[in-house]
Design a protein around this ligand. Structure first.
Ligand code: NAD
Length: 346
């Protein structure tokens, strides 16, 4: 086989830097495209063996059909989540690999950064002092020490976040669909977590089953003044129900690194435009909502690991009988893919 060609979609400057560096030894032919992978842009992958994609590339049935027809053999996600790929449809047509872990610390630390910013009103104080306004009124926060934090999803990121919270003297309770036996984590039911937590942080993958797990009914069961942190996937939270929950003064604050409809907005500069999404605009207008644009992963360490693992995934796929970071729609059945891949998924 000649040089492996990778069509790299949704490429940002920081992606180019880390992948060009990681590719120094591998020497793949990488074509960087700024556009996202969609039905309209997939022609750019013509002649490629691999498409490399990120969280907001939409790999639906039609895109999969087009890629297969062009002879693309591998979808290499440079992220952990794979909810944006129709993996059931991809089964037996095209293989999918991901980067299951690149820095749980990056995401967990960002979640804590958002929480501290919100609780201590740092986002307000920063703007005030820039304007030489040294008044403290309206900046009263509260101690995290002694508060109960509910962690939904106790995988790699959830556990690091739980440990950070313990360091702050918080009482950590958790819910996981597949609780880790013997981990020492205090598991409770989702209902109990929702009822008892002062802060709830989401670290589970998005699936059909948990889409809108935060909705009108679950918000009604939460403590008044609860703080929600979402660094996982936007659609875990029904954004309109969130707006209502904040307007009703039920939700005390929201820290959002992800948003249900982020794919049309996040990662782009709209500072000179009118944003069409009224729900997002309403959320951003609220003093107790902090939005970052899917930035939790963005550390030097994470970018290096993402590039290294993605290129290793490609090498392994073309050279070996097995591919340890492959995902297929059957994988989640096996305890969220805890299986050792001894051979390719199909
Ligand atoms: P992980 O696979 O290590 O852990 C996920 C945990 O969620 C597992 O323990 C699993 O059992 C649990 N889980 C699965 N379904 C669940 C459900 N319905 N309810 C509760 N728990 C459930 O994954 P991770 O590396 O910790 O990443 C977690 C999520 O964080 C990813 O799926 C991804 O969506 C998100 N993420 C976001 C960023 C970012 O930049 N914002 C970066 C990386 C990952």
């Amino acid at each position: 086989m000649g040089k492996i060609r990778i069509a790299f979609f949704d490429a940002k400057e920081y992606d180019r830097n880390s992948f060009v560096r990681a590719n120094e030894k591998a020497e793949y032919e990488i074509a960087f495209f700024e556009t996202r992978l969609t039905e309209d842009t997939c022609r750019l992958a013509q002649g490629s063996d691999v498409v490399c994609v990120f969280v907001n590339d939409d790999i639906n049935r039609r895109v999969i059909d087009a890629l297969v027809e062009m002879g693309v053999r591998l979808i290499a996600l440079r992220c952990a989540g794979y909810n944006n790929v129709d993996i059931e449809y991809a089964y037996k047509k095209i293989h999918v690999v991901r980067v299951p872990a690149y820095s749980p610390y990056a995401v967990a630390e960002h979640a804590m950064a958002l929480l501290l910013t919100s609780v201590r009103r740092i986002h307000k104080a920063y703007i005030r002092t820039k304007d030489f306004n040294f008044s403290l009124s309206g900046l009263t926060g509260f101690d995290l020490h002694g508060k109960t934090v509910g962690v939904v999803g106790t995988g790699k990121i959830g556990r690091v976040f739980a440990d950070i919270c313990k360091g702050f003297g918080m009482h950590v309770i958790a819910y996981d669909k597949f609780p880790a036996e013997g981990s020492g984590i205090e598991y409770v039911s989702l209902e109990e977590l929702i009822r008892k937590s002062d802060v709830i942080s989401f670290h589970c993958p998005l699936t059909d089953e948990n889409r809108h797990m935060v909705n009108q009914e679950t918000i009604a069961q939460m403590k008044k003044g609860v703080i929600l942190i979402n660094t996982s996937r936007g659609a875990l939270i029904d954004a309109e129900a969130l707006v209502e929950g904040i307007k009703d003064r039920k939700i005390g604050a929201a820290c959002l690194d992800v948003y249900e409809e982020e794919s049309n907005v996040f990662f782009h500069d709209y500072s000179n435009h009118i944003v069409d999404d009224d729900t997002l605009a309403r959320l951003i207008s609220m003093p107790n909502v902090i939005v970052t644009s899917h930035q939790a992963f963005l550390t030097e360490e994470a970018l290096t690991n993402i590039a290294d693992t993605t290129l290793e995934n490609v090498a392994e796929f073309f050279a070996e009988e097995y591919s340890k970071n492959e995902v297929c729609y059957k994988c989640p059945e096996v305890s969220n893919c805890g299986q050792e891949h001894r051979k390719k998924c199909f």
